[in-house]
Design a protein around this ligand. Structure first.
Ligand SMILES: C[S@@+](CC[C@H](N)C(=O)[O-])C[C@H]1O[C@@H](n2cnc3c(N)ncnc32)[C@H](O)[C@@H]1O
Length: 277
């Protein structure tokens, strides 16, 4: 697959246009390129999709079909994984590597399964996790919009949050989040499979995290902001560097006050504070 941020964005846009559920795409960075793996239960569907990808004739991209049985897939990923630093305080440790040594000054964040977005390897997860940790002890309630693996809820709890709520459009992700919370001996007060369109939490939160694609961030801007309590914090990510101008246009200004922008290698994250009323 192409090595540029632009190439990656293009592949994701095409996959999305072709109707593929992006939450099931697994990305791997390699030295000069990146690889996306897409999984199907039915071979016929995988073959059909491969033909479609080939029709796009993407420059510098290769696509191939590999048959895996379910056990191959889970053990293959387990083999490739190593504990790594997510934030200044937290180290992600897959549960099956629980006995591995981590730096003395770090705290482990266990992941039981990596079968949802939010392994902690993606820059957007890292940016959002760092925003949450940077405000440790300053918020009591937390909402994770599009929770994926639930990793951000674990970060929020470790940063002092009490009441936590999270939801994801993908019921599979919600099951994964539940397992990951359990692996950290935590629970989420409200954890639901729901589309943001249909999510009404009935309360506001001191900290809201939304790591979504730019299109969804802008489409649901009003709703996302409505989840934030006056004086509360909003962290957004999932924004490729070339979409930063869209975020500026849509999110800058009242009722939000910009606290921080972080530009990563390919993605950006923003931290806002909602004006106190
Ligand atoms: C980029 S992942 C973020 C996962 C995790 N919060 C993290 O930061 O690593 C976005 C998540 O949002 C979910 N999502 C996408 N559209 C959604 C929608 N309309 N309503 C709720 N969740 C959505 C996806 O299923 C996916 O798990």
């Amino acid at each position: 697959m192409p090595s540029t941020a632009c190439g990656r964005e293009m592949v994701f846009a095409l996959l999305s246009k072709a109707g593929y559920d992006l939450s099931r795409v697994v990305e791997q960075e390699e030295k000069t390129a990146f690889k996306v793996s897409i999984f199907w239960d039915k071979k016929a569907e995988a073959v059909r999709f491969l033909q479609q990808i080939k029709k796009w004739r993407l420059k510098k991209a290769r696509a191939c079909f590999i048959k895996h049985c379910r056990t191959d897939w889970s053990s293959r990923w387990k083999k490739d994984w190593k504990p790594f630093s997510l934030t200044p305080k937290l180290f992600v440790v897959p549960l099956w590597l629980k006995d591995r040594k981590i730096p003395r000054w770090k705290e482990p964040l266990y992941l039981d399964t990596t079968n949802a977005f939010g392994t902690g390897l993606h820059e957007t997860t890292q940016l959002t996790a760092q925003f949450i940790e940077s405000l440790s002890g300053t918020f009591k309630t937390f909402l994770d919009v599009g929770t994926g693996s639930g990793i951000l809820v674990v970060v929020a709890k470790k940063s002092g949050a009490g009441y936590c709520a999270a939801f994801d459009i993908d019921p599979g992700a919600v099951k994964v989040a539940l397992k990951n919370l359990k692996a950290n001996k935590m629970f989420c007060d409200m954890l639901k499979a729901s589309d943001i369109k249909k999510f009404f939490p009935g309360r506001k939160f001191d900290f809201v995290a939304a790591n979504l694609v730019t299109r969804d961030l802008t489409a649901f801007r009003k709703k996302i902001i409505s989840f934030v309590a006056p004086g509360g914090f909003l962290a957004i990510s999932g924004i490729s560097l070339r979409n930063m101008r869209v975020i500026k246009k849509e999110f800058f200004g009242p009722p939000l006050q910009l606290l921080k922008v972080v530009k990563g290698r390919e993605w950006a994250g923003y931290l806002f504070r909602r004006e106190p009323q």
